[in-house]
Write a protein that binds this ligand. Structure first.
Ligand code: FE
Length: 231
């Protein structure tokens, strides 16, 4: 025998399921999700280990860092950029980013005259393979409706005003086609490595609700400043 308290009969109906921690501070939605998960596990419809793998995958392996690699490579490699714009699905898959909700990708290039912004007016279609799971606001009714009615107003809420002479194109994502915005490469990054570029690409910029600001020049990269006093 062991003195390990958790080693009790698995048929016991009130065993401590690690997926259902002490419920004290959870929202109604959390409670509903957990109740549903417990029920599905109890009935044998889902395997908790499989759920853990899925959650681990989308929390750590699949996320906006994948899209950031795509963008950084496109910024540095004109041939890759052209491939991305011609056949985003294949260009993205060549970096290993494949799988669910990434089967039919289209890349949209932001320029000084056109700004692209992505929404799913119907539900929450989103390019999981390059951006991970959608942020809460992307799934919200206000974003989904306003993005179409008043895209410039939405962008203002996100903190930037699109100049009047820049055309704003809104793309409605679907289960069939999902979009990745290729943001404008900020100035002052000409000699940056792919890693350095990927690090400044944000999720919102790849949805089209954010811009990537030009980086402040680092002291090392700044030209030497003369300390001589002009005479
Ligand atoms: Fe959708």
């Amino acid at each position: 025998m062991t003195d390990h308290d958790d080693q009790h009969d698995h048929d016991h109906p009130h065993h401590h399921d690690p997926h259902v921690p002490a419920i004290t501070h959870l929202s109604d939605l959390d409670l509903r999700v957990r109740a549903l998960e417990s029920l599905l596990i109890e009935k044998g419809y889902v395997d908790p280990a499989a759920l853990d793998v899925l959650i681990e995958t989308y929390e750590h392996k699949v996320g906006p860092h994948n899209g950031a690699r795509v963008v950084a490579k496109a910024w540095r490699d004109p041939a890759y950029k052209q491939w991305l714009l011609d056949d985003a699905t294949a260009a993205i898959a060549s970096l290993g980013y494949t799988g669910r909700a990434g089967e039919h990708m289209v890349a949209l290039e932001n320029t000084s005259t056109v700004h692209n912004m992505v929404v799913c007016t119907l539900c929450s279609c989103y390019p999981w393979s390059v951006l991970g799971l959608p942020p809460v606001w992307y799934k919200s009714a206000p974003y989904r409706s306003r993005a179409v009615i008043d895209p410039r107003g939405v962008l203002k809420d996100f903190g930037f005003e699109l100049p009047a002479d820049v055309e704003c194109r809104v793309w409605d994502s679907t289960a069939e086609i999902r979009y990745l915005v290729l943001p404008i490469r900020p100035s002052g990054t000409d000699d940056w490595s792919e890693d350095a570029l990927a690090a400044i690409v944000t999720r919102d910029a790849m949805i089209g609700t954010g811009l990537i600001p030009s980086p402040a020049p680092s002291p090392a990269a700044s030209p030497a400043i003369s300390t001589e006093t002009p005479t």
